[in-house]
Design a protein around this ligand. Structure first.
Ligand SMILES: Cc1cc2nc3c(=O)[nH]c(=O)nc-3n(C[C@H](O)[C@H](O)[C@H](O)COP(=O)(O)OP(=O)(O)OC[C@H]3O[C@@H](n4cnc5c(N)ncnc54)[C@H](O)[C@@H]3O)c2cc1C
Length: 373
């Protein structure tokens, strides 16, 4: 019997596996498809919430811890796997600084580097920018990470560890419960069904987490929210920072790729890319960077964000069970929040002092409502 069975190998499942395995536990991580091919692959990899002052302190707390930790994580993964997740401090320019007052106050209170910059600064920095912006909010410390490479590095590193079992194409299809303990998990791999016993089970199934738990009559408010993205490729990268305007953004990668994101669509588990989203993303992108009109995107994709209310993830033990836990619901910020989410849950599982006050994230707890205001 292994110590932990983790369901879902996106960024949250992978990082939790890493935390537990590093502490010496035996961990089995399963995914119904390939590891990290859902939201964690589809995301933009901005290592910050967009408009961070609009979020509750519970999000800021996780994001702040994770942003400080990301450089160490990237360096460790390069060392362990030889794969560079391309963490790049590109900075974030929020064009048309409409909420400057409240944003700057938030930055001051949370010790974040943010300033209001004028047009001359803007056009010196980003010469291809559409010529209509008078000011922006500039956060020079914001990074972006190439999330598919981050996933690859994590899988590579975990694969080498003797106390980790990675099982892709293995779906959790049932949980056997006696009194309030999970005593077995039914797994399906191709035509084969097996039972697996683990001391503790953790659901990290992203947008599918609520469905997985429904069979135990656990109701968790997580719904899928589709996001579509476009990709451009240039011989020479035309922008140096992440550019955000009216909720849409452009992300520069080191090798000349540029991502354009993203839509927010409430349409269930349908993941198909659409022509309407492509058109809408293109129009937003042209408003920021007119030179894009002369280029064609090289790819379009979509993913399903796991949306908990206000994007505050559920992290912790499920109230009515002795050995069933969850780490899901990070919504638009799963990549930035993941290192802190994993560490916080590992602290609970291993009986360590938590990095943060865990109460705002506890599933079902009254404190969640009270403490996340
Ligand atoms: C277009 C887009 C842009 C985004 N941009 C950013 C950004 O710039 N910055 C940021 O921080 N976040 C961003 N996000 C959000 C971020 O990608 C997600 O919040 C995060 O990836 C969620 O990770 P996860 O591990 O919880 O879920 P997922 O990556 O979806 O992983 C869940 C895994 O569980 C598996 N699974 C489900 N059910 C079962 C089962 N029954 N048995 C076994 N396995 C199962 C799935 O196959 C999947 O691999 C973006 C998301 C999208 C879609």
């Amino acid at each position: 019997m292994s110590d932990y069975l983790i369901i879902g190998g996106g960024i949250n499942g992978l990082l939790l596996t890493r935390e537990l395995a590093t502490a010496g536990a035996d961990v089995i991580l399963i995914d119904k498809g390939e590891f990290g091919r859902e939201a964690s692959w589809a995301g933009g990899g901005i290592v910050s919430p967009l408009y961070p002052w609009r979020y509750k302190p519970a999000i800021t707390a996780l994001a702040s811890w994770a942003q400080t930790f990301y450089p160490q994580l990237a360096a460790e993964l390069i060392e362990e796997s030889g794969i560079d997740p391309e963490l790049q401090v590109s900075g974030l320019l929020m064009l048309a600084a409409e909420e400057a007052k409240v944003a700057l106050r938030w930055a001051f209170h949370n010790k974040r580097n943010m300033e209001k910059v004028d047009a001359s600064y803007l056009y010196r920095k980003e010469s291809e920018l559409a010529p209509r912006f008078e000011s922006a909010l500039w956060m020079p410390d914001v990074a972006n990470v190439r999330n598919p490479k981050l996933i690859k590095a994590l899988v590579h590193s975990l694969d080498k560890q003797a106390n980790v079992g990675l099982k892709s194409h293995t779906e959790l299809v049932g949980l056997c419960c006696r009194e309030n303990r999970i005593i077995g998990s039914k797994l399906r791999s191709g035509p084969q069904e097996t039972q697996l016993r683990a001391d503790k089970v953790v659901i990290c199934a992203g947008a599918w987490s609520a469905g997985v738990l429904r069979e135990l009559s656990v109701s968790l408010k997580i719904e899928p929210v589709k996001g579509q993205m476009l990709l451009f490729k240039f011989a020479k990268q035309p922008i140096s920072s992440i550019l955000l305007h009216a909720g849409r953004y452009l992300i520069p990668r080191k090798d000349g790729h540029m991502l354009v994101g993203s839509t927010l669509e409430y349409c269930g588990f349908d993941k198909s890319p659409t022509a309407a989203a492509k058109q809408s993303l293109l129009e937003s992108a042209y408003e920021i960077l007119p030179m894009l009109r002369r280029h064609e995107p090289v790819a379009q994709w979509s993913g399903l964000r796991p949306a908990a209310p206000e994007g505050i993830p559920f992290i912790g033990k499920l109230e009515d069970f002795e050995n069933l836990y969850v780490n899901a619901g990070q919504f638009r910020n799963g990549l930035v929040l993941a290192p802190a989410s994993a560490r916080l849950l590992a602290d609970e599982l291993l009986g360590r002092t938590p990095i943060l006050d865990p109460r705002p994230y506890q599933p079902g707890a009254l404190s969640r409502e009270v403490l996340s205001v």
